[in-house]
Design a protein around this ligand. Sequence first.
Ligand code: AOS
Ligand code: ZN
Ligand code: ZN
Length: 386
Amino acid sequence: MTELAAVKAALKTQAVETPSWAYGNSGTRFKVFAQAGVPRDPFEKLDDAAKVHEFTGVAPTVALHIPWDKVEDYAALAEHAKARGVRIGAINSNTFQDDDYRLGSICHPDAAVRKKAVGHLLECVDIMDATGSRDLKLWFADGTNYPGQDDVRSRQDRLAEGLAEVYERLGEGQRMLLEYKLFEPAFYTTDVPDWGTAYAHCLKLGDKAQVVVDTGHHAPGTNIEFIVATLLREGKLGGFDFNSRFYADDDLMVGAADPFQLFRIMYEVVRGGGFTSDVAFMLDQCHNIEAKIPAIIRSVMNVQEATAKALLVDAEALAAAQASGDVLGANAVLMDAYDSDVRPLLREVRQEMGLAPDPMAAYRECGWAEKVVAERVGGQQAGWGA
Ligand code: AOS
Ligand code: ZN
Ligand code: ZN
């Protein structure tokens, strides 16, 4: 295989998971702007996600958020996905929207609340059994707002205990992905604030516990690709929640704020063998003011473009420049790949996959947007706290 053929082959195997909540209405604490034609239930979210996959060819799975996507029959939901040509991906737990969780969920000082939170996580694993999902994605809003509010060490003990109980319940081939976030909604301490804390818990739990890197969950200026390289090296990178941030957890389209950062991350993924391993490439975004399906198609394309550039890095030339201490040469090799226009290559890849070369135009022309606006009245809100 020529090198270009290998790059194309790799791009055809790419899989970006889209989140069910990105198809629903969302907003900020100030306002949720309702859009016409948004899904009214989880089945319709899957219908929309299927359109994203139909036109990009690389978005075969859809993440659910429980209870936002609560249905009577999860096996039927999985069947519905299958009939539309997609599958259900990660199950995201939600231990942040009940009144009981004012002081936390699995780190809460009251054992009764911790029991309720763990119960919800176990229910999520039951749902995984019904949908055939591999991953349970855990993000905890737990933390404190004021120094002295609760005992930081005891909260870590409670966290470890709750996670262990859920870990034990995981079946063969199932994983627990632990997501960290610097702050928000807690403003003083967060119980899983950084990759180090997530890593320490996952290490103790075992092989089925892995860390999730949400690109919007770091302090400004954090070198995320270094974290990616480190986690991959330790065999502990479970996946990504991709999105863009200008300020905090903005949940804007991935690759919109800083495409160079996305390229650097994808380069470390490729370099560390993460592209061909079990790393889950998920989007965690909200489209508050822009049209949702086109925004998700654009996001998938942004990930594809960054990946194509990362795959185009001349590894041999880079290694030679690095070994000889050629600082500028090494940097130039990386920048050459980043500066390439990979759009013609991706158009070719899509055509070889039997797809239209321009997914945005193909979606625009297919009439789906007009159809759902006419048929769906009273679309669902994505949920709070995305
Ligand atoms: C929250 O900030 C996290 O990014 C989680 O992944 C969360 O479950 C998701 O964004 C939906 O709220
Ligand atoms: Zn996230
Ligand atoms: Zn987030």
